[in-house]
Design a protein around this ligand. Structure first.
Ligand code: AMP
Ligand code: GLY
Length: 423
């Protein structure tokens, strides 16, 4: 089978690495790819006619989409009946990620456990209502712009001055009459659960945890993700059962009722609180950097798992996992998520221990040398018999990689015992 992976980050390198292990994969392309991936093709991910022409010529059978944009722009709809199968939801179903308001309405309609919210924007923008909601929610609110904003549309506020400042910021960025939500702020531990679905059944990968903030101790600005690990020790069978009952099953009921065309990955971004699990968001694709740990932890053949989704054979699929823990530390450019230098030479990748996996993100090859080409540069991943073992392995290797102003968090996987206490 000829397969093309769309995207250029660590997630896509991990996807390509896992797909390449399948005996069903004869040829693998990555579009546009990065300095760590092979058979890269420099094509736009949203110019569907040009993409189709190239994929037809290469006789590609299957496309696996990394990022959300091609999905929310309708790549699955465009390729329908083309002979090329695209693994992902169609445009209608992709609204579960593309519109935060749509996602919350869907959650409410199908009884999915989620934070209380109100909608604002054209037709709903009375200042009195806004003030009342903020006071009802105890001034601890999350403001969410209703649209894709590359991670820059969510503002978590702890008091009135922060609410005012962030609202002003959002209006500046997205216009005074933009549509947005106010959501009650939840307290607890975040957890990511990714599942493969055919629109009827869903099979879950191991639970994982992302570390979004730049600095140790979850301080500093939000980033695209500074590291991840799986499985998550506090997420035991009992918790998974509760998450299935309150979040996953009502979601699948909704997907079936709405008759969504959904053959792809569904990502549940959860907050585990003292009152149980709440859903913060859906993503309609694999998460980054979660993918860099959950795919190495998947023992089963990924091509066969994807095929099982296309053939509605998920329920009987023998899903298997590698025992132990997987941990990913992201090496970033100095200055990220603000402005940073590019084109810096990277050294030391040949000096890593044999069992270390490296998934490239912002890298490229220039004049035969690997150089930085983005904010998040490399994912350093290891398996350990315990989480501590995985942490030790990854960190002893991070030190050996050198590029100017390299930065990484020192506490990935070290703060996992923050289980909220039941009051
Ligand atoms: P979202 O894109 O909706 O997942 O929001 C991005 C991030 O904002 C989440 O990963 C959380 O860290 C935070 N967040 C979103 N909604 C809430 C909420 N209701 N309570 C607390 N934090 C939240
Ligand atoms: N790790 C969060 C995301 O991929 O959106």
């Amino acid at each position: 089978m000829k397969i093309a992976v769309l995207g250029s980050g660590g997630r896509e390198h991990a996807l390509a690495w896992k797909l390449a292990q399948s005996p069903h994969t004869d040829k693998l392309y990555v579009i546009p790819g990065n300095g760590g991936t092979e058979n890269n093709l420099p094509l736009s991910l949203t110019d569907f006619p040009a993409l189709k022409k190239e994929l037809d010529q290469l006789r590609v059978d299957l496309v696996v989409v990394g990022p959300e944009n091609p999905l929310t722009e309708g790549i699955v709809d465009f390729f329908r009946d083309s002979g090329i199968r695209v693994f992902g939801p169609d445009q209608q179903a992709a609204r579960l990620e593309g519109s935060k308001l749509y996602a919350k309405q869907f959650m409410r309609k199908y009884g999915v456990s989620t934070a209380d919210f109100r909608e604002f924007g054209p037709g709903h923008d009375s200042l009195t209502e806004l003030k009342k909601t903020i006071s009802d929610f105890g001034e601890e609110v999350v403001i969410k712009y209703d649209g894709l904003a590359a991670g820059k549309g969510v503002f978590v506020c702890n008091n009135m001055p922060e609410v005012e400042e962030n609202l002003a910021d959002m209006f500046r960025n997205f216009g005074r009459d933009c549509r947005f939500l106010l959501e009650k702020k939840l307290k607890g531990s975040e957890l990511s659960i990714l599942g493969f679905t055919d629109g009827h059944d869903i099979r879950l990968l191991l639970p994982s945890q992302d570390h979004k903030q730049l600095l140790d101790g979850d301080a500093g600005p939000n980033t695209g993700g500074m590291g991840a690990f799986c499985p998550v020790p506090f997420c035991d069978e009992k918790m998974i059962t509760e998450i299935r009952k309150k979040i996953i099953e009502p979601t699948m009921q909704g997907i079936r009722t709405e008759k969504f065309n959904y053959t792809g990955v569904l990502y549940f971004g959860l907050m585990i609180t003292a009152e149980g699990p709440f859903l913060l968001e859906y993503n309609v694709r694999l998460g980054d950097p979660e993918t860099e740990v959950v795919l190495p932890a998947l023992q089963s053949d990924l091509v066969e798992l994807i095929e099982a989704c296309f053939h509605n054979e998920l329920s009987g699929f023998p899903l298997e996992f590698v025992p132990g823990y997987f941990l990913d530390v992201v090496l970033t450019a100095g200055g990220y998520p603000g402005p940073y230098e590019k084109g810096l030479e990277i050294y030391g990748l040949n000096d890593l221990d044999e069992d270390i996996m490296v998934f490239h993100a912002g890298t490229k090859k220039a004049n035969g040398h690997l150089v930085t080409n983005g904010g998040r540069i490399l994912n350093i991943v290891a398996r350990g018999n315990s989480l501590e073992d995985a942490i030790r392995k990854v960190y002893s290797n991070c030190e050996r990689i050198v590029f100017k102003n390299a930065y990484y968090r020192r506490d990935i996987g070290k703060r996992v015992n923050r289980i909220p206490t039941i009051q």
